[in-house]
Design a protein around this ligand. Sequence first.
Ligand SMILES: [Ca+2]
Ligand SMILES: [Ca+2]
Length: 271
Amino acid sequence: MSPEGAPGLKEFRDQSRKLCYGTAQEALHLFITYNKTLCLHSGNANVNTDVFASFKIPYNLNNKTEKDGLEKSACWTLRLWVVTIVCIALLSVCFIVSCVVIYHFTSAKSDKRLSELHTYHSGLTCFSEGTRVTEKVWGCCPSTWKSFGSSCYFISTEKNFWYKSEQKCVEMGAHLVVINTEAEQNFIVQQLNKTFSYFLGLSDPQGNNNWQWIDHTPFEKNVRFWHEKEPNFSAEQCASIVFWTPGAWGWNDVFCDTNRNSICEMKKIYL
Ligand SMILES: [Ca+2]
Ligand SMILES: [Ca+2]
């Protein structure tokens, strides 16, 4: 009977009646294929020489196989290193290229905004705001505007309807104010006159209490500063900020077609 998967091998028994198969070549094939020695006999006069050879050749060849394996492994390691180095080099190039593109894009954008703003504003006031690599960064606002964080604010004393107020802000390269944080609200109210109310960039166009910021900033639950019991009327679809005594500054929903002051906001220009 031949071992499974190795047809054509001869079967014989050595003196110790150990079962052996085939010739040296066949044994070698089986050793390599099935990773086992066919016959573990340590040598005997009656043992077929071919078969006897099969006890030794596999070990020699096994060493060769191990050597080949080590060489292959080293080769794969080298390839992996080459691939890794090439990938890192490519990523570095991409990073540098994107930095250059972003820098040029930002510069071009700043230049465009500067030329646009020049149409409406006679001068800019700039403040040093840290450094970019080795250059200083300047955050600039139109000279008559207030600066806070990354924005500039204009408190309009001209009274208009809400839509007209927004239009006026847009003409100056801005929009009605969007209050993103409590700190921003606190800064803004310091600039206001307690005897007036001011339109915000917040409206409820459908009158279903679905309030929306004019720049599509999500209307976060934790950044709402309504006065108590406001908003109180679905027909009042625009938001204003007003000081009510006793108390403090807060928001009130009002009719959009009432004349009020307003607050414009624009992003600073960075040079
Ligand atoms: Ca804002
Ligand atoms: Ca109201």
